[in-house]
Ligand binder design. Structure first.
Ligand SMILES: Nc1ncnc2c1ncn2[C@@H]1O[C@H](COP(=O)(O)OP(=O)(O)OP(=O)(O)O)[C@@H](O)[C@H]1O
Length: 562
């Protein structure tokens, strides 16, 4: 099942449940006819006949129906809240998985939008929408009682609907703008928190506050504009409803005088008219939240279309042929200069290839493309002949190892981190990976060994230790290919020795290694060298072919220019 199908299934389920809530709404709405009916009956029967028995009987019936209404209303509210919460709970994990499956531009925005959708489902706006059919029934009743009063109510409905439409016209673009500015301020805030080390060390509080404050102020200014309109229109609709009420009572009194209509019926009509108009009024005052919820749902739908994750995709066997880049081009944004300009290169199991070249040549970009983090703008990357985009990312990830330039860790134990957070895996696997890289002893010297928790403000491995732990994570589970981006940047000579030994063992274990490096020492450990310069492959071959007799002395950027 694709993620889109799972999302659609959850949406359908929520819609079906909401249909049931709408039915409850109609039934409970009809219960509200009790008050005007009671009023007219008391007025026309009880008072005229002075019958206490009739009054008691009518009161008991009214009591039972109104208690039923109260129960149904509570059930509807609780039910809608549950539909919203269940939708959020089920869709949130789909969204998080989907966002993380996207190359490059994953964002938390869709999770915020999901919250908006849930708020709409559980708000009082939907019930007022569900009350619309009852509203029409009430209006028809007024017409049947007296067409003149019916026309007054109809006129009121038209005016109130026009207010709702005016609200739509006045707020349509503003809601979107406000939503965008809110998302921008959220993004800035999470960026500041991720940069807190720098902010604290350099005392950049004023700059951080000012930057976020500017974005937040823009959002809040837009929000107040939106709220002003909404409140103004809500007041208009309230006033219109009150005036209609007066018109119905006044008109009714006139009819009693001129046409000798029953006064009880007239007062009952005024109550019915008021009930008939109430849902539109709630709708007008809740227009902004409804609009925001609808916009959030539209954005979620659009976002979900982009997700790639497939549940239960055919499990492809462990790759044994090769990882191949075919004329890959990467243009970071429309109109920007290409970072990669048509690179072709193949990597096979059991072979180590170094990628070298000057700073900014595109080495890391190429490495990110090989692991599927970046998507080529042109060309393709294939794993065993199949475009990596068509591989299920979870399966593909289990066959690949990757160590980015800055090794970072989840909040969790050393074992969990080495095990790629697959907490249910056998602990021996993490130990195996650590031993493969030669850092079992190092880990045993941590405060709690493999159970030492890495956390912000808690235990943090040193730069070199991070690279070695990242290396163990890259080799966890016996991957077919491992991509290492400058794995020795923070390593001392002992650490480098471990890295070289790991590469040697990996080659003999049939693992394909692709290693981006600036250090010539590593070039002695590889079978081939790919030299990148200005986004192009300048040379590709064995060390002897690419840089005959220079391996030990050569500096990568000089090599690539040679
Ligand atoms: N979004 C972007 N828009 C434009 N240029 C970008 C973008 N992201 C990265 N670049 C540029 O792409 C180029 C390649 O970056 P990359 O990190 O791949 O280089 P590198 O060869 O790994 O360099 P180093 O050895 O310094 O790590 C750099 O010049 C960088 O400034």
């Amino acid at each position: 099942m694709t993620l889109q199908e799972s999302y659609q299934a959850e949406k359908d389920k929520a819609l079906r449940s909401m249909a049931l809530a709408a039915v409850i709404s109609v039934i409970s709405g009809l219960c509200l006819l009790t008050i005007p009916l009671y009023l007219s009956q008391v007025y026309s029967r009880v008072i005229a006949s002075r019958s206490i028995e009739t009054l008691v009987a009518l009161s008991i019936i009214a009591f039972v129906i109104l208690v039923t209404y109260g129960i149904l209303d509570a059930i509807r509210g609780a039910y809608l809240a549950r539909i919203g919460i269940r939708f959020e709970a089920r869709v949130a994990s789909l969204l998080l998985a989907g966002e993380l499956s996207l190359p490059k531009d994953s964002s938390q925005a869709s999770l915020h939008q999901l919250v908006e959708v849930r708020k709409l489902i559980a708000s009082n706006v939907l019930p007022s929408l569900f009350d619309m059919p009852v509203m029409i029934i009430f209006a028809v009743i007024v017409f049947v009682i007296n067409p003149t009063l019916g026309f007054i109510v109809l006129a009121g409905m038209v005016i109130l609907f026009s207010t709702a439409l005016l609200n739509e016209v006045l707020t349509a673009s503003k809601v979107k703008e406000t939503d965008d500015s809110g998302a921008a301020s959220h993004k800035a805030l999470s960026n500041h928190f991720s940069q807190q080390e720098l902010i604290k060390a350099l005392g950049l509080y004023p700059q951080a506050v000012e930057h976020w404050g500017r974005l937040r102020a823009r959002h809040l200014t837009q929000l107040i504009g939106l709220l002003d309109r909404n409140y103004a229109l809500a007041s208009v609709s309230k006033t219109v409803r009150n005036l209609i009420q007066i018109a119905v009572i006044g008109g009714g009194a006139l009819l009693v005088i001129t046409e000798h209509l029953d006064a009880g019926v007239i007062f009952a009509t005024s109550v019915i008219a008021s009930r008939a108009l109430a849902p539109i009024e709630t709708l007008v005052s809740g227009w902004r939240s409804m609009k925001q919820g609808r916009l959030a749902l539209t954005r979620l739908d659009e976002r979900v279309k982009k997700f790639r994750l497939v549940d239960g995709a055919t499990q492809l066997p462990r790759p044994s042929l090769g990882l191949v880049a075919e004329k890959v081009v990467f243009i970071p944004a429309p109109g920007a200069q290409p970072i990669l300009r048509g690179i072709t290169g193949g990597f096979v199991p059991g072979q180590a290839v170094a990628i070298i070249g000057p700073s900014g040549a595109g080495k890391s970009t190429f490495a990110r493309m090989l692991v599927g983090y970046l998507e080529p703008t042109g060309g393709q990357v294939t794993l065993d002949g199949q475009n990596i985009r068509s591989w299920d990312p979870v399966t593909r990830g289990s066959y690949m190892g990757y160590m980015p330039q800055a090794a970072s860790f989840f909040e969790g134990t050393i074992r969990e981190n080495i095990a790629r957070m697959r907490v249910d895996d056998a602990p021996e696997l993490a130990i195996e990976a650590a031993k493969f890289v030669g850092i079992h002893e190092m880990i045993m010297n941590f405060p709690m060994g493999y159970d030492t928790v890495i956390s912000d403000g808690g235990f943090q491995p040193s730069g070199g230790q991070k690279q070695l732990l990242g290396l163990a994570r890259a080799f966890y589970g016996g991957p077919a290919f491992v991509v290492l981006d400058e794995p020795n940047a923070s390593l001392d000579s002992t650490g480098e020795g471990l890295l070289f030994e790991t590469i040697r063992k990996a080659r003999s274990a049939g693992i394909g290694i692709i290693v981006v490096t600036q250090r010539t020492s590593l070039l002695q450990q590889v079978d081939k060298i790919l030299v990148l310069k200005n986004g192009q492959a300048e040379a590709y071959g064995t060390p002897a072919e690419v840089m005959p007799g220079q391996i030990v002395r050569a500096v990568p950027n000089k090599v690539s220019q040679a």
